[in-house]
Each structure stands twice: as C-alpha cells, then as structure tokens.
Design a protein around this ligand. Structure first.
Ligand code: ADP
Length: 499
C-alpha cells in the first residue's frame, strides 16, 4: 500500500509550484506538464512543467538581465550568499534526501542522505573560495603593468542527469555563481523535484534571474538551451551519446563546454587482496547500493587467477546480504532503477548473459516477477564470469548492477585490458603492495584512480574523464577557475607623460 506521503505530493517538501525563471515559480509557456514517478512503486508522485524553446528564451533573457548586476557583486559577497545557501540546505537535508529517494529510487539511508549532505557541503566549499578568483601580474619591467583578471563567462547553460540529481546540480550552480556567472539549468525529466526544492532554497539568497531552473525533456528543452545564442558556456553531465550532441552545439557557436560523461571503470585486484576489506571496497566501487547507476561504477572486475573463485564467493556472500527494498525504508540498502526504459535495458543485458553458454552466472539474475519487489524497478546485483573483456557486457555502460569478472595472470595484460575501453573516467586498484598499486594507477588511462578504496568524489578534487568520458574538470577550485571563468590580460604602459 502507498502511504499518504507517496500518493500526493507533499507541497511542503515537493515543490509543485512550477519551475524557476527570474525568481518566480512559473508554468511552461505551452502549459504542458511532465509526470514524475516513484520508481519503487511505479506510481506518479507529482508533476512539473514541460518546458520548451519559448521557456528557454524567457530563462536566458532573465539570466542575461541578472548578469549585469551579479558579475559586479564583490566575489566575497557572492561567496557569503553561497555560504548562507549551504546552511539553509543543511537545515533541510532530510526533506531533500526524502525527495531524492522518492523520485530516484535511491535508498534513503545508503544514498540519498549522503547526497543531501554533500549538496550542502558543495555550497560551503565553493562559498569559501570566492576570494580565490585571483589574477596574476606579469614581470614585464618597471615601465609596464600587465595583469590578468578571472572574469565570468556569462549565462551558463547546464544540463544534468537523474542519478545524483541534486548533488550534480549543486556542482554546477555553486562554482558557476561563485565565479560571477548566471545560470539556466535543465533538470532531468525523471528527477526534477529535488533540484526544484534545492533551487527554492537557493532563491531565498539570490537576486532574481541569477539561477533559473527549467524542467523539460532532452530534445525539447535541453536542445534549445544548448543551441541558444545567449548562452556563453555549456556544462553537461550525462551520457557520452548526448555529450556529443552538446559538444556539436558548442562547436557551432564556439562556446566553451565541460562534459562529464559515461564510464566502464576497471577494478584490478592483486592476489594479495583476497580479503574482506577489498570485497567491501569492490561493492562500494561498483556502487551496488546505488543500483550501479553511477558513471564511476567499477563494472569490470579484473581478478588475479589465483584468487578468482575465492574472491567471487566472498563477493557473493556479502553482496547477497544487502537488502533490496523500499528506498524510504531505513533497513533498505539497495533501491530501484530509475525508470522503465533503464530497467528494460538492464534486464536485456542480464538476459544476454544468462543465454551465453560461455559466460557463467556467479550470482544474481533477472528481477523477480512476483512479490513486493516486482512492484518497482528492482534489479538484482548480478555477476558474470569467464568471458573476456571484448564481450559487449564488458564494453558498454550498462548503468545497472551487472558486474563482469575477468581473469588475469600477467600485470601488463591486466593494465592493457583495463585501458582497452573508449571510456576513462574512474579506476580502482587493490593490493597491499603500494609500489605496484601506484605504478598501475599511473598506467591506467582514467581521470580518477583510487587505490584500496572505492569512495565517492569529495569537494576539492578535480574530477573528470579521459577519452570519451569527458572534457574539463569540475568539483575543485581549479575546476571552477578553468570551467567557469575566462582570463583577460590587461597591459598598461606606465610611461605615458603629459606633453
Ligand atoms: P541518461 O541516459 O542518464 O538519462 P542522458 O544523457 O540521456 O543520460 O540525459 C542527461 C540529460 O541530458 C537529461 O537532462 C536529458 O534530458 C538531457 N538530454 C537528453 N537528450 C538531449 C539532447 N538531445 N539535447 C540536450 N539535452 C538532452
């Protein structure tokens, strides 16, 4: 049975006011709406406006108007606004977390609360960095003063996905605004409610138009945003496929673009790491408690042949002990896949694995067709073994809890296989031999390698991908400077005299 909170949107915590343009909560120009679903029950939980090109025009116009003032606000004052937002978000973390859990299917205890806390932390981190928007002076001689300024770019068009919607929104809003830009963000159609709630909190501390948040579909709203002539910078997080579309739009107008895209990240386990801590680490790296809907999921497990079977049996024991269930239940470890499209896609990969006589199912399989879990998009953690790194399941980003275990005996071969991917986002190395671990970490073609841990990003690290996993870095001071400012050089001749 659905609880009352799930059947009708709670207006205190689930904004149904509309989307944010110019400081106001508005409907779409067309009047169209998008229904948001609770993926654990396959039931609607609310509606948001269905924005299109006309709404993008309105939002970009509002942002452009606000830019003239916002860019002139002293950076530390902008930082103070972000710090106030951080505190207000911190006070509302439980509301935000519950909204995230309800609309994404991510479990409240294992995921959504962490995301809500991280969101406040991101604003806190960038709020403190406002005075780091420093320039340089060039030593060109006594007769000349040459210095650089870090200037904002203008209207940033941001497009985000649904897998960690609120945190990913914060990661664009906080650095962009800190640096003096204004923003038009498009939330993901499957998970807009948490982002709207966050925007509502932000809006209390921002002038109208500095932050605008649209809700709409990819091509219908994201497309016009990416192509809008008033947008001076594009910041996108999502699939590699759509990333290419965004990059083409950026190329048309020569605007800078940051892309955080997909991954098929390797985990290399050395024979000395056949221990419980490494198994726990693999479960964390695979993001099983996020249904592996993460671009950093360590979804290719390269196990040394000497420990192949024993490691997998430990992994089975620990993973199958995790509890799938209602994301809002405190006892739940693993929630649901976001929607029917993704669920069907994940099931197809599992089905392919089950049908291959040359692949061994270690544990998991297709979702149950009856019982409470069949009410939602629950996918079971699944591990296949005995196929090579060339298999489709080892090459394509599944974005679901399907792990492929591959044997290795020679270290160089393990590294070659790890690098044999068009992705290069994250990687994990597991060994007591720190020298070997670091050499391997350095040889791996990924933007982020963790040795002996499988944790999430922390503010301050420059996060981003190699190869088709992306361009540019966000999450850090350097990321803010590189992605959300442009350098201007000013050179002054000091020897001009009145004649
Ligand atoms: P996912 O597979 O995780 O949904 P997508 O890359 O499809 O990832 O979506 C990420 C974001 O990009 C979403 O907000 C989506 O609406 C948006 N999007 C999808 N297609 C387009 C497009 N053609 N132009 C602009 N934005 C798009």
């Amino acid at each position: 049975m659905l609880t009352a909170a799930e059947t009708k949107p709670n207006t205190a915590s689930l904004p149904s006011k509309g989307m944010l343009i110019d400081g106001k909560w508005v409907d779409s120009a067309s009047g169209g709406r998008i229904t948001v679903e609770n993926p654990a029950k396959r039931k609607p939980i609310g509606e948001v406006p269905r924005a299109n090109a006309a709404d993008v025009d309105r939002a970009v116009a509002a942002a452009s108007k606000a830019y003239a003032q916002w860019r002139r606000v002293v950076p530390r004052e902008r930082g103070k606004a972000l710090l106030k937002i951080a505190e207000a978000l911190q006070a509302r973390t439980e509301d935000i977390a519950r909204t995230i859990a309800l609309e994404t299917g991510n479990a409240l205890r294992t995921q959504a609360r962490g995301e809500a806390n991280m969101t406040a932390d991101i604003f806190r981190y960038f709020g403190g960095l406002a005075s780091e928007l420093k320039g340089e002076t060039l030593p060109l001689g006594e007769h000349v003063l040459s210095y650089t300024r870090r200037e904002p770019l203008g209207v940033v068009g941001a497009i985000i996905p649904w897998n960690a919607p609120v945190m990913l929104a914060a990661l664009k809003i906080a650095p962009a605004l800190c640096a003096g830009n204004v923003m038009v963000m498009k939330a993901a159609e499957d998970a807009p409610l948490g982002v709207l709630l966050m925007a509502e909190i932000c809006q209390e501390f921002l002038p109208p138009g500095v932050l605008n948040v649209l809700t709409g579909y990819g091509e219908e709203c994201g497309g016009p945003l990416a192509n809008h002539p008033g947008v001076a910078k594009l910041s996108f997080t999502g699939s590699t496929e759509v990333g290419k579309v965004i990059m083409r739009a950026a190329a048309e107008r020569i605007v800078p673009v940051s892309l955080e895209l997909g991954g098929k990240s390797p985990s290399i386990v050395y024979p000395d790491a056949d221990e419980d801590w490494a198994v726990d680490g693999i479960i964390a790296a695979m993001r099983f408690t996020r249904q592996s809907q993460s671009c950093t999921a360590g979804s290719r497990l390269f196990l040394h042949e000497d420990i192949f079977d024993s490691f997998l049996s430990k992994l089975e024991k620990k993973t199958t002990a995790l509890k799938l269930g209602d994301p809002l239940d405190e006892a739940t470890d693993i929630g649901t896949i976001i929607n029917n499209k993704q669920f069907t896609k994940v099931c197809k990969y599992v089905d392919e694995g089950l049908k291959r006589s040359d692949a061994k199912l270690v544990f998991g399989g297709l979702p149950p067709k009856t019982g409470p879990l069949s009410e939602g998009y629950f996918a079971i953690p699944t591990v296949f073994a005995d196929r090579s790194n060339d298999w489709r399941l080892a090459r394509e980003e599944i974005f679901g809890p399907v792990l492929v275990a591959i044997r290795w005996s020679d270290e160089a071969e393990a590294i070659r296989m790890a690098n044999d991917s068009h992705y290069g986002l994250a990687a994990y190395v597991w060994t007591h031999d720190i020298g070997a671990g670091l050499k391997t970490a350095h040889a791996i073609e990924s933007g982020w390698v963790q040795v002996n841990q499988g944790l999430g990003q922390v503010p301050g690290m420059s996060y981003g991908g190699f190869k088709q996993s992306g361009i540019g870095r966000e999450f850090s001071l350097e990321g803010m400077l590189d992605s959300f400012t442009q350098r201007k050089s000013v050179t002054v001749n000091l020897e001009v005299r009145r004649t």
